[in-house]
Design a binder for this molecule. Structure first.
Ligand SMILES: Nc1ncnc2c1ncn2[C@@H]1O[C@H](COP(=O)(O)OP(=O)(O)OP(=O)(O)O)[C@@H](O)[C@H]1O
Length: 251
């Protein structure tokens, strides 16, 4: 990859090592992502993808190494609304009594102050985000009463309403219908075209060249970072997965 000056980097993870007790989850991992880029994060189960997301979000502080987000500390970046996150479906309580509109409105909390009273501009941002993910007519449903793809679109709408310049998406296409996948892919491209940065973990290697400008192969370390066509070469995938996952339809 071309190296860019660090002030142009949205995400700058440098030699980050993370342990959970005796388990080494990240081993001097490096990841640099610039503005206007969509990057696919690929690796087998347990390779450290979620840990890398948590490290970028500032939820985990690496044992060694450093993380800078838009040139600042991750917690600071989160506090100022620069970072948005779409969690894995398993990480969400779908029975929670909250409507789709309310979920999207949580993206505005950082801009509302302690009263959390929505103003006209907050309602307008939520309405616009709902329209962009084509969920306007589902806005008043309880969040659990959506299909898998619609649930993901609701969380993408929350990021859009937040107006974050960096979006992290953990498995946004798992269990998602084709229409939702196309809607989300189009939106992520728009976010990047507007100067944002998008990092997506995905097991869908076939979709990667269309989805992403760059791809990262993770196996505790970043084994490779480059153009998707280059990264998805069979010999590289063999390093990360042990065999060719393209031939068995993805990991
Ligand atoms: N809270 C935890 N305590 C102990 N070990 C953990 C914890 N969370 C993750 N691990 C371990 O750290 C390693 C990396 O896990 P992580 O969840 O980051 O991988 P992943 O690539 O996101 O996996 P998946 O694709 O299955 O979601 C794995 O060996 C996992 O078992």
């Amino acid at each position: 990859m071309n190296t860019k000056p660090s002030d142009a980097l949205s995400i700058d993870v440098s030699a980050a090592t993370v342990h959970y007790g005796p388990v080494l989850a990240l081993d001097k991992a490096n990841l640099q992502l610039g503005r206007g880029r969509v990057c696919g994060l690929v690796g087998m189960n347990g390779s450290g993808k979620s840990t890398l997301f948590k490290t970028i979000m500032g939820q985990i502080k690496p044992d060694t190494g450093s993380v800078r987000i838009n040139g600042t500390d991750p917690l600071q970046a989160r506090k100022s609304g620069q970072l948005a996150y779409v969690p894995q479906s398993e990480a969400v309580d779908w029975n929670f009594p909250i409507s789709v509109r309310e979920v999207v409105m949580t993206g505005r909390y950082g801009q509302m102050g302690w009263t959390r009273r929505a103003k006209k501009k907050d309602h307008a941002a939520v309405d616009e985000a709902l329209a962009r993910v084509e969920l306007t007519s589902f806005a008043d449903r309880q969040i659990g009463q959506l299909s898998g793809g619609q649930k993901k679109r609701a969380f993408v709408a929350r990021c859009i309403a937040q107006g974050a310049s960096i979006m992290l998406l953990d498995e946004p296409f798992a269990g998602v219908d084709k229409r939702s996948e196309a809607t989300i892919t189009k939106l992520l491209r728009e976010v990047a075209d507007d100067g944002g940065s998008v990092l997506i973990s995905t097991h869908d290697l076939h979709a990667l060249p269309e989805l992403a400008d760059e791809a990262v192969l993770l196996m505790r370390k970043v084994l490779m970072h480059g153009h998707p066509d280059q990264v998805l070469q069979a010999e590289n995938l063999a390093l990360a997965f042990g065999l060719d996952p393209m031939k068995r339809g993805g990991e």
